[in-house]
Write a protein that binds this ligand. Structure first.
Ligand SMILES: Cc1cc2nc3c(=O)[nH]c(=O)nc-3n(C[C@H](O)[C@H](O)[C@H](O)COP(=O)(O)OP(=O)(O)OC[C@H]3O[C@@H](n4cnc5c(N)ncnc54)[C@H](O)[C@@H]3O)c2cc1C
Length: 597
């Protein structure tokens, strides 16, 4: 009696509802854990046996911008996470079988295999509410009905990847999810008391694999090593198609050097607690540079390498001064408790509370995706549906807003400059370059970039969301599209669009002065600024930091410079197109106390 377990964004053995269930009530003799790389989301031509041949699938590119849907940074993190899961399953007497193809086709092939005919009694998967995954589930169900003679149990399990549990919501009807986060949040206060514990640790021995494993169907083959696997995923998508490679400044180092997988996720959480980063998170979370200003757990969460409830369990152990939770996974921590960590045993602190708060935002974005479905991907976002539903809200949809698309050459040029970080607005350019070079950029700069594209440039915000999908290591359907819609003013932001009543439009120059007052972040990511001197401006005057934030001002600011070195830097900057011709010029003078440099 075989079970096929189809894994998607649940790449973990611990706190996994299916493994948990199997531990208690298994009627099966064997399990086939299967990960299928979906060719519509991940480019699979790197797996062709004959690299010169054509893939049977169209390239995995986005709808509007034609970007690779899974770019090189996430491709690597995904490969590492899959491999880590493979290792963990091997240690438990099983394995993760990797295949390329549409999931329903792969399932059909297996069900028709001689060794499997009549033996497969169940096919299980965990729920994913994104529309492509919902379609995928429908197609697999059809295959099971066609091939299984009514004898195969098809079950879609609750993925349990949220902080809160579905059964803890007042209603299971997604339509009842409040359109304002604060109203949602208030029904779960105090949050810490409303979070369930993760499941008990998964056994160190799992049911074995079936004796025969159906081969990967032609024309693809699956590499045997992690290095080859990474290369097969990355190689085809290394060229984004947007001009020559972006120059990496010499001193720039990624804020996200982390390796994918469940075991690394747990090691990261322990590091965050022991180093005190979790406790200081509330004060540092708007940081721009470095590994530890925020948790960098998003990519692990996005692939289900760890659950929000597991993160909470570690924080509770720290707050209560108890032993580390035991998830029985291979990770090299010698720690058994947090007793020597400052703040241990002293209850919830500002930092741990703020992490819980952000994880609740994540839940909220997921619930909004359930509520609004495919509207999340429409130009009117969540607002379109709402205004159709309720004619009183007609004005709310703000049909006066017209975003430009790539049909006009001017928009194509502006958009390509935005992607390459050549707009002439320093904070935006630094973030877009950091993103392209590393796959990560902070929440603060994400908000600014989204606002810049949608509100300053007036370009269709979905192009930005697609680019983020391509580039981000931590891409997550609900979080990405939900946040883009929110900032563009068509999501669940009560302040809405840029109207007379004051919609949310970030001023990226003010934001740079507020969050990067010495221009260190901007300088770190824009290679052309490497030689800009770190020199204070005279009191009451403008100086180099003003240039970092809006380089077109360089002429004005340094009319009378007599310093030879400065003169050389100025001359070089004046030769750059994006310095002479910025996409926008923003008038902003910082308050004198903001001008620390
Ligand atoms: C335009 C835009 C696009 C975004 N795209 C994504 C995306 O594709 N994937 C993604 O995970 N996050 C996305 N975010 C949310 C947020 O920027 C990232 O979760 C965060 O920067 C990841 O870094 P971290 O793990 O260090 O976050 P931390 O600040 O340490 O936060 C802890 C966790 O809380 C959750 N979280 C934090 N902020 C948000 C938020 N605004 N919305 C929902 N959950 C949040 C994340 O799971 C995060 O890992 C986006 C935000 C914006 C403005």
């Amino acid at each position: 009696m075989y079970l096929i377990y189809l894994l998607r964004r649940d790449l973990r053995v611990s706190d996994n509802p299916i493994f948990h269930h199997l531990q208690q009530h298994s009627k099966f003799s064997h399990i086939l854990p299967l990960y299928v790389l979906p060719p519509n989301q991940v480019e699979v031509s790197g797996f062709l046996q004959d690299p010169g041949s054509d893939s049977p699938y169209p390239q995995a590119r986005s709808r509007l911008g034609n970007f690779w849907r899974c770019g090189p940074h996430r491709a690597k993190f995904l490969a590492e996470s899959i491999w880590d899961m493979k290792q963990s399953l091997k240690e438990r007497g099983s394995d993760l079988i990797i295949r390329v193809g549409r999931m329903d086709e792969v399932v059909r092939q297996i069900l028709r295999h001689q060794e499997y005919k009549g033996k497969v009694v169940a096919v299980w998967i965990t729920k994913d509410w994104a529309s492509e995954e919902v379609d995928e589930e429908r197609m697999i169900k059809r295959v099971i009905q066609q091939e299984g003679d009514g004898k195969i149990d098809w079950k879609v399990w609750d993925g349990e990847e949220m902080l809160l549990h579905d059964n803890d919501f007042a209603t299971s009807d997604p339509a009842q999810v409040p359109d304002i986060f604060t109203s949602f949040r208030k029904s779960f206060e105090p949050l810490r008391d409303n979070i369930r514990s993760p499941y008990k640790p998964t056994s160190t021995q799992l049911l074995p694999l079936p004796s025969e494993i159906p081969a990967q169907a032609a024309p693809f083959s699956i590499p045997a090593s992690l290095e080859e696997f990474i290369s097969a995923l990355r190689k085809p998508v290394e060229d984004s198609g947007f001009g020559p490679p972006i120059l990496k400044p010499q001193g720039a180092s990624t804020a996200h050097p982390f390796i994918g997988g469940e075991t690394r996720a747990h090691a990261r959480i322990v590091h965050l607690i022991v180093s005190g980063c979790i406790s200081s998170y509330k004060d540092t979370r708007n940081g721009l540079l470095g590994e530890d200003f925020s948790t960098k757990l998003s990519a692990y969460l996005a692939l289900g390498c760890v659950t929000a409830r597991q993160i909470n369990a570690y924080m509770v152990a720290f707050e209560d001064g108890k032993d580390l939770p035991d998830f029985r996974i291979r990770f090299d921590s010698e720690m058994t408790d947090f007793s020597k960590t400052q703040g241990s045993g002293k209850g919830e602190n500002k930092g741990t509370a703020a992490v819980r708060f952000e994880l609740l935002w994540r839940d909220y974005m997921r619930l909004c995706m359930r509520k609004y479905g495919n509207n999340l991907f429409s130009i009117e976002g969540l607002r379109g549906q709402r205004s159709n539903r309720d004619s009183k809200n007609k004005n709310d949809s703000d049909s006066s807003q017209h975003w430009s698309d790539l049909s006009s050459p001017e928009t194509r040029t502006s958009f390509s400059r935005f992607l390459r970080g050549e707009t002439g607005t320093g904070l935006i350019d630094a973030s877009m370059r950091e993103l392209a070079l590393t796959g990560y950029t902070s929440n603060r700069t994400r908000q600014n970039c989204a606002s810049f594209l949608a509100k300053w440039l007036g370009i269709d915000w979905r192009l930005g969301a697609e680019w983020y999908e391509s580039m981000l290591i931590d891409y997550d359907v609900a979080n990405n599209w939900g946040n883009w819609a929110y900032v563009a003013g068509v999501g669940n932001d009560p302040r809405g669009r840029d109207t007379d009543t004051g919609g949310r439009k970030f001023n990226p120059v003010k934001q740079a002065w507020d969050y990067d007052p010495q221009g260190q972040y901007v300088k770190a990511w824009i290679a052309e600024f490497e030689e800009v001197p770190s020199k204070r401006a005279r009191k009451g005057e403008r100086g180099w930091v003003d240039v970092l934030f809006q380089a077109w001002q360089v002429n004005d600011i340094f009319q009378k410079s007599t310093d030879v070195r400065e003169g050389e830097v100025i001359d070089k900057l004046k030769k750059l197109d994006w310095v002479n011709d910025p996409l926008v010029k923003i008038k902003y003078q910082p308050r004198s106390e903001a001008r620390t440099f």
